[in-house]
Design a protein. Structure first.
Length: 266
């Protein structure tokens, strides 16, 4: 992470969060949200004793600024994620604008990382980001699907210890959950759920597409011990997990449209 990228990301934090602070005074009634956010940072992110939170806002700001410009590159992304995912008003309402601003900086400085649904992950294609975020939009009965996709994204985005095998497992499990919802079954494997969709004529899809996902499911059931512990070590890498997350997200979006056209309420 070069200086231009780190400076730009700090500017994003400053414009969206620190701009509400009063640098000339102690914590004021109008600073309640910023004070609550600072407490959250001290307690949950830094894990510092909360009674060390400075009396004056600008001192707290300087503590955080010093950390931001001294920490490792991956910790910068961890910090940004923490801010974007906090639920303190009014910051919850501006998190979308904050993530978009960060993505503009990341793109401008040619970083390989982007915010995707609250996580910073090594994906820069706008089309891939759009597929993943669209698939994770919560709606009615789709919560199990969204949960699997969120897990897949979190495992892929973990910069300290990414778990590609389980990310792939969660991605294909999301497709499995989606097919079960449409087929009206609860515990069928993806292969059985696809056959049930074909038998009931619930949604129509090209046989080649159905066959492709059957083969992908077969791959995850046998290759590198993803769903079955066949091997003690796996040679799966980021590209494998990213491909599976994007492909499964796109297939779920496709099934959503097919289900809607078939009159199925999801």
């Amino acid at each position: 992470m070069d200086d231009a990228l780190r400076n730009g990301l700090w500017n994003a934090v400053t414009l969206h969060y620190w701009s509400l602070g009063n640098k000339e005074a102690k914590w004021l009634p109008g600073d309640k949200s910023l004070y609550a956010l600072s407490q959250l940072l001290w307690h949950d992110y830094f894990k510092w004793p909360i009674d060390t939170l400075p009396t004056y806002w600008y001192d707290a700001h300087d503590h955080v600024r010093g950390y931001f410009f001294d920490c490792n590159w991956n910790e910068v992304y961890d910090f940004l994620e923490f801010l974007a995912r906090n639920k303190i008003a009014p910051y919850e309402r501006i998190s979308f604008a904050f993530m978009n601003f960060c993505n503009t900086i990341l793109e401008r400085e040619m970083s390989a990382y982007r915010f995707v649904n609250g996580r910073i992950v090594e994906i820069s294609s706008e089309e891939e980001i759009a597929e993943i975020e669209e698939a994770q939009q919560p709606a009615g009965r789709l919560k199990p699907v969204t949960r699997h996709l969120n897990n897949a994204l979190a495992l892929l985005a973990d910069r300290d210890a990414p778990d590609y095998s389980n990310s792939i497992k969660e991605a294909i499990s999301a497709v499995e959950a989606m097919c079960n919802l449409i087929a009206g079954s609860s515990s069928a494997t993806l292969g059985n759920a696809l056959r049930e969709l074909d038998r009931k004529k619930t949604v129509t899809m090209h046989p080649a597409l159905k066959d492709a996902f059957n083969k992908l499911y077969g791959y995850t059931s046998s290759a590198d011990g993803i769903r079955h512990a066949l091997l003690e070590e796996s040679d799966l890498d980021f590209e494998d997990a990213k491909f599976m997350l994007v492909s499964c997200s796109a297939f779920i979006n496709y099934l959503k449209i097919k289900a809607t056209k078939a009159g199925i309420n999801l």
